[in-house]
Write a protein that binds this ligand. Structure first.
Ligand SMILES: [Zn+2]
Length: 378
């Protein structure tokens, strides 16, 4: 059995850390472990998932308390954010993180240098596109002004300090991204502005407008050879999972003028891991992210998707992540679980006669850190 516990790790997709780490209400805490917004799911069912059971047992060990929600939450609530970071994140072995700047809202988070301070974890920002679109649609009454602002925001992305872009189109209008006439975009913009007038804000699910802005962003990403991460598959209850299948991205991959834009398919495209791995096998600019924090899956299912991925995609196309949000322990827990599962899957590939032990060791290093370092030019 291979052992990657001393390997460095680059987490190619995660989010910021909550300022407030105190959870007095158990339902609020459990609510962090489900994508469902229904109160019954949060207060009750979420706690019986395999992921939650493992996570809580691991935390009980970490804080050296009995295995109960009450004891774990009490142990956490007694500690400051810095103490929680020191006991978990700083011990994670992470060497770098790529942080999605668009979720959760910045007002709930501590600054990203929280990663850098205790464990010396390098931090690289990723620009989430849809919140920026929404800001411009809120701010400007004319579609031409939105376009001007959009172009200006995407100029010299590397110079602005970004290491990647991220799209959540899958959550909003699906991944079947197509070209639209100017008339369709204008009509779509008028509807979005109507929402702004009525509510003061807009949740951009206006397909022609969103997709026309995405194509512009892709041109800039291609020019800068900057990776674009797509949320794929699994997600919030408001997403139609059928439209989150990575096969819908074919039009983007087939676009001649976007061949220098690397595309990272996030969350192992779960449950469409095989489809995502296939795309990483057929399109030179397609990469598959393997995430061990979120989606909230049991060990066997994580092992299954890892085996599916390594069985299909080139090993040079796979990237480790946590997709952790808010809780310092989640980044650490994902590293521990992910390293073990990747080692297990590659060991089984050695036993099956696919690869040698030497190749498997190199593949472990590649998936955990080297592939991300090369792809994002860290
Ligand atoms: Zn995420």
């Amino acid at each position: 059995m291979l052992d990657f516990s001393d390997y460095p790790v680059i987490d190619n997709h995660c989010h910021g850390i909550y300022q407030n780490q105190a959870f007095v209400d158990v339902s609020q805490w459990r609510g962090l472990f489900t994508e469902s917004s229904h109160p019954d799911m949060q207060s009750s069912h979420a706690a019986s998932s395999l992921f939650y059971q493992r996570f809580m047992r691991t935390l009980a060990k970490l804080y050296n308390v009995e295995n109960s929600e009450h004891a774990v939450l009490e142990a956490r609530n007694r500690r400051s954010l810095n103490e929680i970071i020191a006991i978990s994140l700083a011990q994670s072995g992470l060497s770098a993180v790529l942080v999605d700047q668009g979720y959760p809202p910045r007002s709930q988070l501590v600054a990203d240098n929280v990663f850098t301070q205790p464990g010396g974890i390098q931090t690289y920002p990723v620009l989430r596109l849809e919140p920026l679109m929404e800001e411009f649609v809120r701010r400007y009454a004319r579609v031409e002004t939105v376009y001007d602002a959009w172009h200006a925001a995407l100029e010299d992305l590397r110079g602005q300090g970004y290491y990647g872009l991220k799209s959540i189109a899958a959550y909003r209008t699906g991944l079947k991204i197509r070209r639209w006439s100017q008339d369709a975009v204008s009509a779509s913009f008028a509807q979005a502005r109507d929402a702004v007038r009525r509510t003061g804000t807009v949740r951009l699910a206006h397909k022609p407008l969103l997709e026309s802005l995405l194509w512009i962003a892709f041109d800039y990403a291609n020019e800068a050879e900057l990776p674009v991460q797509f949320h794929v598959g699994y997600g919030d209850a408001d997403c139609d999972l059928r439209l989150g299948n990575p096969l819908h991205l074919r039009a983007v991959f087939e676009q001649d003028t976007l061949q220098r834009m690397p595309v990272v398919l996030l969350h192992e495209c779960w449950p469409f891991t095989r489809e995502g791995a296939h795309m990483a096998a057929v399109y030179k600019n397609a990469y598959l992210d393997l995430s061990y924090g979120i989606p909230f899956l049991g060990y066997q299912e994580m092992l299954a998707f890892t085996k599916a991925a390594i069985g299909v995609a080139p090993l040079s196309k796979l990237l480790y992540s946590s997709d952790a949000v808010g809780l310092p322990e989640m980044y650490w827990h994902s590293v521990v679980v992910g390293k073990g599962i990747i080692a297990r899957a590659l060991s089984d590939a050695v036993d099956a006669g696919d690869i040698t032990t030497g190749t498997a060791e190199k593949a472990g290093l590649a998936v955990l850190a080297d592939n991300a370092r090369a792809l994002y030019r860290l």
